[in-house]
Design a protein around this ligand. Sequence first.
Ligand SMILES: [Fe+2]
Ligand SMILES: [Fe+2]
Length: 163
Amino acid sequence: MGDEVYIHWEKSYEIGNPLIDVEHRLLMMLFRKLDIAIKTGESGVTVVRILNEIKKFADFHFASEENLMHEVAYPDVVHHEVLHSRLLAQLEVTIGRISKKRELPDDLLFFLNKWVLEHIAREDQKIANFVQNSPKRPVAELIYPEYLGPLVFTDSPEEADNG
Ligand SMILES: [Fe+2]
Ligand SMILES: [Fe+2]
């Protein structure tokens, strides 16, 4: 039990761009969904369906980040896009293996957790830092508070509960 991966979203994972933070939180929610499906013994078909949901959302999320980088003329955009392509390719290989063998690798959740947390902390954080000081602003920045406000600009319910 000690080395079991506990996937959850933490405030400290936020990088400071509301759109990206909301998408990261949703990605993490899908990992939790997968975690729950596995632990409650859902069928292999259901698990693979969730993995495909994760892949599609990750693909969407990468497009959001790549657009953001282009909007603010982020200098390292090509490198970051390569990292995204690699992550997706890894995920596809993992899903393919699971679909064929119909069994889950023991380290699946560990892989996903590491996959996302390392990339967020190391690479995505650099984008947010750059955006903060960039004179070129993200296209839809002005509508962030209207659409994302309830999700990121208020305390989360769990924080309110914990006091
Ligand atoms: Fe990201
Ligand atoms: Fe990224």
